[in-house]
Design a protein around this ligand. Structure first.
Ligand code: PGA
Length: 250
């Protein structure tokens, strides 16, 4: 089955509104004839600015996280209702920096996944093992558990709005990329887990992105693998010089 490639840029905690606007304008121009699916996820503070630039283009607007509650006394949090109001279409959840630095557990991430889907967002659910877990031979088990927990209670219909991003923690921001073969092995495994729960057809349709030091010079080899359907890009997404070649790989 041929799946559409999905290339997403996670800008993390970078860029003022003016800087974000500059990058968004360049991307919209340079990717307008691109043949893949595209997303940029700026900081909350730049969502409105970037949203106005990518509106009605082939670049989707994403948020990097969302609160697990709809609204209320949650100082410092941002709700699904507020993201919807800004025109956000996709929410990235369970990023390794949320899991490890901010101690988000699978139950919390699952709550966010369900709430985001209920409000009509697409979700990118990130999963991935640490170096310690990989060295202990636990990579598959960890990814399986994060995938199943993250999607617990998600219907087959809602699964169509979910992308899984496999991001080995040891490859994020480190310059170390998983080899295309190692990444492919985990992607194939995740697809098998999804097939077991949701059936083969849903599993074949599922987009599974790879993330972790994706660069212009390694993207094509990764994307050539059968079960790798896109990329979630951090560092290289901060400049059009590096993001555009990734987004336009062929
Ligand atoms: P990186 O980040 O491309 O800088 O490794 C990827 C990510 O965190 O999504």
């Amino acid at each position: 089955m041929s799946r559409q490639y999905f290339i997403a840029g996670n800008w993390k905690m970078h860029k003022t509104r003016a800087e974000a606007a500059d990058l968004a304008k360049t991307l919209v121009l340079q990717l307008k004839d691109g043949k893949h699916k595209y997303l940029v996820a700026p900081s909350f503070t730049s969502l409105e600015t970037v949203g106005a630039i990518v509106k009605d283009t082939n670049v989707l607007l994403g948020a990097q996280d969302v609160a697990a509650e709809e609204q209320g006394a949650h100082t410092g949090e941002v709700s699904v209702l507020q993201l919807k109001d800004l025109g956000v279409q996709v929410v990235i959840l369970g990023h390794s920096e949320r899991r490890h630095t901010y101690k988000e557990d699978d139950a919390l991430i699952n709550k966010k996944v369900k709430l985001a889907l209920k409000h009509g967002f697409e979700v990118i659910l990130c999963v991935g093992e640490t170096l310690e877990e990989r060295e202990a031979g636990q990579a598959e088990v960890v990814c399986e558990s994060q995938t199943l927990w993250g999607l617990s209670g998600v219907s087959a219909i809602d699964l169509a709005k979910v992308t899984i991003a496999y991001e080995p923690v040891w490859a994020i921001g480190t310059g170390k990329t998983a080899s295309p073969e190692d990444a492919e092995a985990i992607h194939a495994y995740i697809r098998k887990v999804i097939a077991r729960v949701y059936g083969e057809e849903s599993a074949q349709k599922l987009i599974i992105q790879y993330g972790g030091s994706v660069k212009p010079d390694n993207v094509a080899q990764l994307m050539a693998k059968e079960n790798i359907d896109g990329a979630l890009v951090g560092g290289a997404a901060l400049k059009s010089d590096t993001f555009v070649p990734i987004a336009q790989f062929s």
